[in-house]
Design a protein around this ligand. Structure first.
Ligand code: PAF
Length: 279
């Protein structure tokens, strides 16, 4: 596996692959890899001739009071995991490489970026869309892989690819969970033992919602109130939002139907966890 830190070096590798008609799969990450990331890597390896993974903790997607500085990082461990997966290239730029002095250009995806997580994380999706478009322009992938765990992010990036006529197939892969149901996230490492237990209330509330929906309940207020009640019973949990929305517009639905996204964000202590399911 080649570790490339400079944009021109990666662009020249991409030119070589393209000249040989190799398809490129891309998995953008912020590192501290877990099985969720590795499932994206494996999906890319199945689909494309060459897979590029990037590790870049993107400063523009963190708010001033968020965890950019403390976000978990372990490059050696990540590189070892990717080496084992047989990845061609790991792109590992620094902030100066991605945002050199005088940087001025940002991408905004109206108004998907202001809903759900965007309400409590203003500017977050502007940072995500900007860095991902830059990465797309550098890697020029045929396929890009994102996890359904960050459903709003995946929906926004798929919209961006469509709206800006990027010839990139955005693939959204299923959520990978710990054995006890907690959706895998690099931020799970922040949770103490009691918080981790409280964090299980997110997936538990989704399972309960699924049981009710399978039994025929279609009213969002009934489903969402039951979820809220279950999570509110956890003393360490504070709900940010729980919504049932349309997968394309992220607007709240009047009736739950196939394809409705039920998404939630909950603070467990200081850690904000997200989870979701697609009905
Ligand atoms: O999901 C992430 O890890 C990040 O938001 C992404 C897509 C790599 C952009 O920085």
């Amino acid at each position: 596996m080649k570790v490339i830190k400079s944009i021109p070096a990666l662009k020249s590798a991409v030119r070589r692959w393209k000249s040989k008609n190799r398809t490129i799969g891309f998995v953008p990450t912020m590192g501290y890899l877990h099985e969720g990331h590795l499932s994206l890597v494996r999906a890319s390896k199945k689909k494309a001739d060459v897979t590029v993974v990037s590790i870049f903790v993107n400063p523009t997607q963190f708010g001033p009071k968020e965890d950019f500085r403390t976000y978990p990082r372990d490059f050696e461990r990540d590189a070892g995991l990717l080496e084992k997966e047989g990845i061609a290239v790991l792109f590992y730029p620094d902030a100066e490489e991605m945002y050199p002095g005088g940087y001025k250009t940002y991408v905004e995806i109206y108004d998907l970026q202001d809903k759900l997580c965007g309400r409590s994380r203003p500017g977050h999706f502007r940072g995500v869309s900007t860095v991902v478009l830059k990465l797309f322009n550098i890697v020029r992938p045929d396929y890009a892989f994102f996890g359904q765990k960050d459903a709003q992010q995946a929906i926004i990036l798929r919209r961006m690819a469509r709206d800006l006529d990027l010839d990139i197939c955005v693939e959204i892969m299923p959520i990978v969970r710990e054995a006890d149901g907690l959706a895998m996230s690099s931020r799970n490492t922040y949770l103490g033992p009691d918080e981790r237990k409280a964090g299980l209330s997110l997936s538990r509330s989704l399972r309960q919602a699924k049981t009710r929906i399978d039994a025929g309940e279609r009213r969002p207020d009934v489903i969402l109130s039951a979820m809220k009640e279950m999570i509110a019973a956890e003393p360490l949990a504070m709900i940010d939002y729980i919504e049932a929305v349309d997968m394309d517009t992220l607007e709240p639905v009047k009736e739950i139907s196939e394809g409705t996204l039920i998404a939630l964000a909950v603070f467990i202590g200081k850690t904000r966890l997200i989870d979701n399911m697609i009905v």
